[in-house]
Design a protein around this ligand. Structure first.
Ligand code: WTA
Length: 659
């Protein structure tokens, strides 16, 4: 810890790591290499956002130049209006046009490890162009037109990236559904988006087992009649059922297609994709991102936060699934625009052994590595001997995303994975923000374990009271952004009212992130947690209401309350309190049935870690469930909460006595 200095601080965390001096040499020069440079550039980005973002957009290709860089308020924010472009062109064709067709675009590794090691594909821009064009033509021949929402429910195979890029190429917004979600979740999303074409795989590999994706899609077609066409990639060769006229093999629809397909000229504000995410109430909401702003924002955040440099032997790996925003922005779009090879790994971190990630880092010589705190905590638990087996010296930068990282995990990451020689970028952002919002800039920002530090360029973030006034240093408050940025969501699909109310209804004139935060005396932001009924399980957003609805949809349950509970690996686990219907008895077996029921309704990520039966739930006299008391019970703590409004004290005593 040679470059750490101690400061006088009221915080528990007082370790500060100055921008790494040798970082520059290790990555052939940092784009931004001093705090002063950051300060100066940041000041310009907020004073003259149009000048700043216009310059960035100029680094990319446009079929027609924009008239205005930005316009509108938060509720109708527009970027690069009048401009025409295509993000697929900027991810692929632009590089080919500049003579880089033979450069590797994607390095893909399958999960199964035969005697010759795992299957690896290195896909050049030429190859990718041909495969994307073929599939884009196949989609067209299936009747897909500009503006049609195409649903993608696949494992982490190259064709998942190919499918999203093909959709972008022809202007059909994609809606990617994480392969861990269930048939009900597919049906809900397909219905909401009125998406008649679904692309899937026969199965996907996960920890040596086959996830039956096609079966799940079949089950979804029983729940909705919106799905008319299913395109199936053969991956696991597992047995599947087939409906002639609806189901088509990927290889069949691609077979006779041309290897060229012109990019659709997209208006900057044409929809690029929809991505469903959990909110505090009801069904997941379809977050809308459009073409130009998202393109420019993911391009620049990838470039400067990960210091991506083409032609410098960099290999970048983000371990997220493309089913989440992290995969959209930082496996595909942002990274590919920067012409640095992006690694895609199909399977689990502990298959066949707990060193699989480190094995991948070593074999592919990964330079920038981006993962989630939940994974880091799992690695810590599995033991240092797994990373120790591998040469990780190729690494120059480490990143995290998805949830607050506890300082011990941050330090372990830095010491054990980064050999104290890699800056860590703890990136705070959301599905709604499109890209990084609060993050260190490697080479420029001093970091402190647990803090996502300072705003990215053009981001006017603050911690405020309900009236929009800034809170004092180190006081908790609402995390907001006070000015639109290019990557901001443009709406919730089909629900303008919910869009306005959720993000702009509480603090006048500001974007409400839904997180609470504080800012320390160095100006660093610390995320404290969600302020709504959303929990963050293993870095994945889940609405507690979604889990509750699924529990009460079971005949044995009349009422359920779900809260987050601290969990060693997941960060937050799920605790469910359930009231039984008449005629049902509490039993271990019923518990198991209910947990399986939730997995079936939503997906395995929503399985309660703790499930308790109770005669009644603690409520206020006006009938509101007192979740904070349940959080205490679930965590086994007693924070001496104010219980004066509790209606029936015996309920609480019984719940506590049960363990
Ligand atoms: C949380 C994921 C602390 C936060 C990109 C946010 C974080 C939600 C961080 C968004 C971080 C994400 N530190 N908390 N670095 N990154 N979060 O939409 O609560 O899946 O609101 O986007 O994750 O989750 P989402």
């Amino acid at each position: 810890m040679t470059d750490s200095v101690k400061i006088e601080s009221i915080l528990h965390e007082d370790r500060i790591f100055l921008p790494q001096k040798n970082f520059d040499e290790r990555i052939s020069g940092a784009y931004i290499n001093s705090t002063e440079a950051y300060d100066e550039m940041y000041a310009r980005s907020v004073k003259d956002p149009d000048g700043f973002w216009g310059d960035v957009a100029d680094e990319l290709d446009w079929f027609e130049r924009w008239d205005t860089v930005s316009s509108g308020t938060f509720q109708d924010s527009k970027w690069f209006e009048g401009g025409k472009t295509n993000i697929c062109h900027n991810c692929i064709d632009r590089h080919i046009n500049m003579g880089h067709g033979d450069t590797t675009a994607i390095i893909w590794e399958g999960e199964p490890c035969g005697s010759d090691g795992p299957e690896v594909q290195k896909i050049s821009y030429y190859d990718l162009h041909a495969r994307v064009c073929k599939f884009a033509n196949a989609l067209k021949s299936q009747g897909v037109k500009k503006g049609d929402v195409v649903t993608i429910y696949m494992g982490m195979v190259p064709e998942l990236a190919i499918a999203t890029l093909a959709c972008a190429r022809i202007g059909a917004p994609h809606s990617v559904i994480f392969g861990g979600f269930s048939s009900q979740a597919i049906a809900d999303r397909v219905n909401d988006a009125n998406s008649s074409v679904v692309i899937t795989c026969d199965g996907s590999w996960r920890r040596g087992k086959i996830v039956p994706l096609k079966n799940n899609v079949d089950a979804a077609t029983e729940l909705t009649d919106v799905i008319k066409t299913v395109i199936v990639l053969k991956r696991c060769e597992n047995e599947i059922t087939w409906l002639e006229g609806r189901d088509f093999w990927w290889h069949d629809v691609c077979e006779s297609q041309e290897e060229d397909c012109q990019c659709e000229q997209m208006d900057a504000e044409d929809m690029l994709f929809l991505l469903y995410t959990s909110g505090s109430t009801g069904k997941p909401k379809g977050i809308i991102h459009t073409t130009g702003g998202y393109m420019v924002y993911t391009y620049l955040t990838s470039k400067w936060v990960f210091n991506l440099k083409p032609d410098c032997d960099q290999i970048y790996w983000c371990t997220a699934d493309i089913g989440w925003i992290t995969g959209h922005s930082y496996i595909i779009y942002g990274v590919m625009q920067n012409r640095v090879p992006t690694v895609m790994y199909e399977g689990a971190p502990n298959f066949p052994e707990s060193d699989r990630f480190w094995d991948i880092v070593e074999r592919h010589k990964v330079t920038q590595f981006y993962t989630a705190p939940t994974a880091i905590r799992a690695f810590m638990k599995w033991g240092d001997e797994f990373p120790a087996k591998h040469d990780l010296s190729s690494l120059v930068l480490l990143g995290t995303v998805g949830e607050p990282i506890n300082p011990e995990a941050w330090m372990w990451y830095r010491e054990v994975i980064g050999s104290n020689n890699c800056p860590i970028v703890d990136t705070w952002w959301q599905t709604e923000t499109g890209g990084h919002m609060l993050t260190p800039i490697p080479g420029a920002t001093s970091t402190t374990p647990g803090s996502c530090t300072t705003p990215f360029f053009g981001v006017d973030a603050a911690v405020v009271n309900e009236d929009g006034s800034e809170v004092e240093t180190n006081a908790g408050g609402l995390l907001v952004v006070r000015k639109p940025w290019p990557g901001i969501l443009r709406g919730i699909y089909g629900d303008r009212e919910r869009f306005i109310e959720t993000y702009f209804g509480r603090v006048e004139g500001m974007y409400l992130a839904g997180d609470s935060a504080r800012r320390d005396e160095n100006g660093n932001f610390w995320i404290m947690g969600r302020i709504d009924d959303v929990i963050n399980v293993s870095g994945h957003r889940l609405g507690t209401m979604e889990v509750e609805s699924s529990l009460v949809s079971h005949e044995s349950i009349v009422e359920a309350a779900v809260v987050g509970v601290p969990h060693e690996i997941k960060g937050t686990g799920i605790a469910a309190f359930c009231t039984l219907a008449r005629g049902f008895e509490a039993s271990e077996e019923l518990k198991k049935t209910l947990i399986a029921h939730v997995a079936n309704e939503i997906g395995a990520i929503a399985k309660p870690d703790v499930l308790k039966f109770t005669d009644a739930l603690p409520k206020t006299r006006s009938g509101k469930i007192m979740r904070r008391l349940l959080r205490d019970v679930a965590a086994g703590t007693d924070s001496k909460q104010d219980v004066t409004t509790l209606e029936d004290f015996t309920v609480l005593a019984k719940l506590r006595a049960e363990d």
